[in-house]
Design a binder for this molecule. Sequence first.
Ligand SMILES: C[S@@+](CC[C@H](N)C(=O)[O-])C[C@H]1O[C@@H](n2cnc3c(N)ncnc32)[C@H](O)[C@@H]1O
Length: 242
Amino acid sequence: MIDDDLLPESSVPGLIPTLNNTGWMTESLDEISVAFTDYAGNIDAESLDIGCAYGIATLMALDKGARILACDIESGHLDILAKRIPDDAADRYRSKVGTLPDVDFAAGSFGAVLASRVLHFLTGADVEQTVTKIYDWLQPGGRVFLVADSPYTGPWRVAADDYERRKAAGDPWPGFIENYAQYLPATEDPKKHPAFINPMDPDILHRVCVQAGFEVLEDRFLTGGTRWSTGRDHAGVIARKV
Ligand SMILES: C[S@@+](CC[C@H](N)C(=O)[O-])C[C@H]1O[C@@H](n2cnc3c(N)ncnc32)[C@H](O)[C@@H]1O
């Protein structure tokens, strides 16, 4: 458990609620996000953590010596994160409010980019545009680390059979659920959730990275950090700009 009075109270062990109804920040990092923190901590270039929430990955990367630009759609998340930055890392940290896929950074700005558990809030076309932009933002040889919620987690996991049928039929976005509210328990207010959700598997992340010009280094399912984990909670990919 994170012992941090700056964070909102949580009713769910292992997860901290976001301020803007975009799910939860995890309290423990998956292996792809840890790989980002290791990589970012070993390069001189600045790295980007986009969809950072309260900075679970940013703080670990700073602890390993990284220079980080943290970006999120929700300024309230960045306000809290700013208060959590240790004094000895302040000169290696900056932040920017930005919304995928519209946010822009100069070409060749970063040595590494992490987008953890944010892409499934975007449509397929917006995911493709985002990954193409990330390719542009990276320096040659730079690495992207992507993590997305899979069809086997969240309230939408009851539709996993449908995802598998659509994938077998060749649907490029077989996890896409246009009306997320249909899978919410009756006790949940649909207004407190996104209208649609676009869970992904490793093959989808792999395809989108290759389309954008990346060389894929690894792709796999990841285990989530809650006691409800199925072992296939997230999809992850690491890819290199060639
Ligand atoms: C589920 S949380 C994930 C937080 C953290 N990266 C993690 O892996 O636990 C999603 C985060 O992405 C942000 N977000 C959602 N949609 C976004 C968008 N279109 N552009 C940028 N950030 C977005 C939310 O504000 C939230 O902080």
